[in-house]
Design a protein. Sequence first.
Lengths: 442, 277
Amino acid sequence: MSSKNTLLNTAVGFGFAAALASTAVAEEITIATVNNADMIVMQKLSPQWEEATGNTINWVVLEENVLRQRTTQDIATGGGSFDIMFIGAYETPIWGANGWLTSLNEFYDDPDYDANDIFQLVRNGLSADGNLYAVPLYSETSFTFYRTDLFEKAGLTPPTEQITYTEFAELAAKLHDPENGVFGTCQRGKAGWGENMAFVGTMANAFGARWFDMEWNPQLDSPEWNAAITYYVDLMTNSGPPGATANGHNENRALFKDGKCATWVDATSAANDVRNPNTSNVADVTDFFQAPKQETDKGTGWFWSWALAIPASSQKADTAKDFLKWATSKEYFQMVGDTEGWVAVPSGTRASIHEDPRLLEAAPFAETIKNAIFSVDPADPTRDPVPYTGVQFVAIPEFQGIGNYVGQQVAAALAGQMTVEQALANSQQFAVREMTKAGYIK
Amino acid sequence: MARAVSRRTRLTNTAVAGALGFLMFFPILWILVLAFKTEEDAIRAPLEVLFGSGWTMESFTTVQERSDYFKHFSNSVVISLGSTLLGLLVAVPAAWSMAFVPSKHTRNVLMWMLSTKMLPPVGVLVPIYLIFRDLDLLDSRFGLTVVLMLINLPIIIWMLYTYFREIPGEILEAARMDGATLREEILYVLTPMAIPGIASTVLLNIILAWNEAFWTINLTASNAAPLTQFITSYSSPEGLFYAKLSAASVMAIAPILIMGWFSQKQLVRGLTFGAVK
């Protein structure tokens, strides 16, 4: 081939490459997510991003447990089925440390995005080894929902300071009126690390209990755990609804909104729904106080954040990052406020949104939520020192199995199928076996 | 001679059968009821749900707005029909050879095939997922069709084998003596005689493939996702979506329920084929 031809070919090649580079190629990204109110709003608003960028989104909406199993399997095998995953504060640090997620550190360099506006606590919870691996859509802790009308009727003064679980049980007993269809308290009883153990875990923290000591030895047969579970079983037996082992977050939320519960310690993210007159019968008579303490006030409210992350296996990371910036930007939250009402704005993520007067007017409890979230420290969740982070969970892969098993034992104790001692002995035995198998205990 | 049955026994039997039938159908009936309620009404006490609240199409409209039902529906149709037809292509010759030209290993082969159904699917999930990833078959209708064909193949072969065994071998021998080739023998002699059996096998396998929820959820994302994933997208542990979940379920099961209804006679005839000699 002559050198003239080679030059011509090279020039044509460069020209073609330059033409390709200058043409923005529209991409299709796949997002795996759960079916909750905030994600439904995001799905509704996302055509605006699609129109602005020319890209398209395939939404894969799955039930939470299915989503967890499906995304774990895909990310662990590098399947590459998803470009964005909706994951929580439990998975993010573990997956990030494993190298399964794309680092989002460059978000800090974008002044328009203003990553530092996201609460530091939340950013820490979504980071591993100093790298940010996910950006939050909303964050939550737990606090106590209570019925102002029932407190007034019973002549009780709502607490202004953090009360103890002992005092809480006394309040619940006074408010318990099953003949009139009102139960003193509704708490999670359905087995699962993300169900009953979310509440029971924080309550155990309050009683001074911890999952593991500094050598990773399980502590489930400790007197603190015994005191916590005994209290829980007694509380639910004396002041709870019948068949509480069937009630998870969803069922309790329905019971509370239907006016069947005087108190309920659960996720702050449910506050919008409970205070929304279109969806709740008790919107005007519900207020909140801090989740109780007991031996300690450490780790008494949980910490959870639902966030968006990009698997390392995604081939369209740049487009996915663009969407992530849009979906967790200040402008996005403002858009939700303008289109869905400010009471529907996801809470617990950005300082500027929590200071927005429109939010404070529509959802006066947003300040309470923010303060409750700020009172949590996942890095120091218990009275005694622990080698792990996480308030209602332990951020190690083995926790999912252990938490589920302990949840089943606690539910069995609540149902009266075994004693608290038996339930905790079984739990301890299981946890020791799992931790030994995993190499934590030599 | 038919055994005499007293009127009282007949009535009791009818009542018990009716009650059992109602009990089995009740979950579907309740889904149907909830599908026509608002989310707030759907969580009321059963009697209030039935008599104390209005009826609405709201959930169906929302579900249709939020999901592409027809994409999921067409995936379900392609996957269930495709896997059944592909299965028949393999199963008819296999069942023919086992029924008419058995060897001393036939019984063992049949038992081995059945034993593959005893393995929990999750046990082979990771290897299959990795194979699919490497062959670029994840989220593809072809990949899912092949997997569903393979997991239902033992049932198809067993059913066809049972039906073929009822057909006298002499008829096939006569066809052979008349000069029929193997293809003609299977196509023009055996198949027409086994039509009821083949029809019920096809129907049963379409139903099994339509309702299969493990592989269809685990091996798909969006392009090949059938109706099983459409249903799970309305199941949520946070926020109540019972009415929408019910509406999605009704939309997903309606086609297969209607098909089952119309082909009930064929299905029962096929399933009881050879039961009484």
